[in-house]
Design a protein around this ligand. Structure first.
Ligand code: UT7
Length: 325
């Protein structure tokens, strides 16, 4: 059986935009430093009443409308987030209730910036086992709520948002995976030894507080380029394709320099890399589906295109998926 195929996508952003100039008025930084080191020009920040679930619900509704299906036909909701509305229950259950598909499977996945890749591979696997026919896969975050706004080395890098896709179990044994729409392959990894390079210094079981994001940026950067190039090579090899066959790379949007360095390592031209980090900054688990939806809606990514998703984040966790749209 071939992998689940895409029915639709959607995304949502908070109304408020925070520019680099706005940040430079608050802390010791500059538009020039942020643009040169990261490519980020602005980010969206959740306002009062906006939470991870409200963004996720808006993105999910847009994806369901794009798919042209009824919310009641969703069998499985997997939401990737590191900034849930509550410690429990899963934010996915709030989305489920708002969509009115109570009764279906709904849970969160915590793999930070790679969360969407983990959620996508999990949904694909569950659909293949017959757990359901349609899945809603969401990446949604409000990282602005776990940032130390006095730490210039991290607070300039992140933003809030959500992206979602609807998948349907598809394909019969014998379908030609090289032309049939659907997920061709996914690879996931984690390395808990790197915990201290990117983590949140709080949590229910340790400090009983939410905590703040802490990152050794330079070291994370180094690992990101190596791990991403490696997992991209794995999915390319696994699918029996070559890098030239890929129409679009939809990467986790952490830093424009990481996107460039990774594409260069694989020999993929930068025109094939979807870049939204300038507009959204790093939205963690939301960044890949947000970038994907942006590029589908502006007409770049079309039906039949071969797309590779990739991400790396806290844990470390990292992964990649190849999908024929
Ligand atoms: O999503 C999860 C994955 N996360 C990532 O992939 C992030 C990976 N890392 C990065 O993107 C980059 O390492 C950063 C953008 C975080 C930092 O860029 P860098 O080129 O590695 O800079 P650096 O950390 O080596 O800092 C260079 C200088 C330092 O000053 P000194 O020590 O050389 O005097 C920093 O204090 O830049 C200074 N600096 C800043 N200056 C102005 C750090 N942050 C700022 C700032 N504004 N916001």
């Amino acid at each position: 059986m071939t992998g689940a195929r895409l029915l639709g996508s959607g995304s949502a952003l908070p109304e408020r935009v925070l520019t680099n100039a706005d940040l430079a008025a608050q802390i010791d930084t500059s538009d020039e430093w942020i643009v040169e080191r990261t490519g980020i020009r602005q980010r969206h920040i959740a306002g009062e009443g906006e939470t991870t679930s409200t963004l996720a619900i808006a993105a999910a509704r847009a994806a369901i409308a794009d798919a042209g299906v009824e919310a009641s036909s969703i069998d499985l909701i997997i939401l990737a987030t590191a900034t849930p509305d509550n410690t429990f229950p899963a934010t996915a259950t709030k989305v489920q209730h708002a969509l009115g598909c109570n009764g279906c499977v709904a849970f969160d996945v915590a793999a930070v910036c790679s969360g969407f890749l983990y959620a996508l591979a999990t949904a694909d696997s569950l659909l293949k086992t017959g757990m359901g026919t349609r899945a809603l896969v969401i990446g949604a975050e409000t990282f602005s709520r776990i940032l130390d706004w006095e730490d210039r080395t991290t607070c300039v890098l992140f933003g809030d948002g959500a992206g979602a896709i609807v998948l349907e179990a598809s394909g019969e044994a014998g379908d030609d995976a090289s032309t049939a729409p659907g997920i061709l392959t996914s690879r996931l990894h984690a390395d808990g030894a790197q915990h201290d390079l990117l983590y949140v210094d709080g949590g229910p079981s340790t400090t009983q507080t939410v905590g703040h994001l802490r990152m050794k940026g330079r070291e994370v950067f180094r690992h990101a380029v190596v791990n991403l190039a490696s997992v991209l090579n794995e999915v390319i090899e696994d699918a029996g394709i070559s890098a030239e066959d890929i129409d679009w790379v939809v990467p986790h949007q952490a830093n424009a320099r990481i996107l460039d360095a990774t594409a260069r390592k694989l020999g993929i031209p930068s025109e094939k890399v979807i870049v939204t980090v300038d507009q959204h900054a790093n939205t963690s688990a939301a960044s890949v589906p947000l970038a994907f939806d942006t590029a589908r809606r502006d007409g770049r990514i079309k039906a039949g295109d071969l797309v590779v998703f990739e991400a790396m984040g806290g844990g470390f966790t990292w992964g990649a998926s190849l999908m024929r749209v």
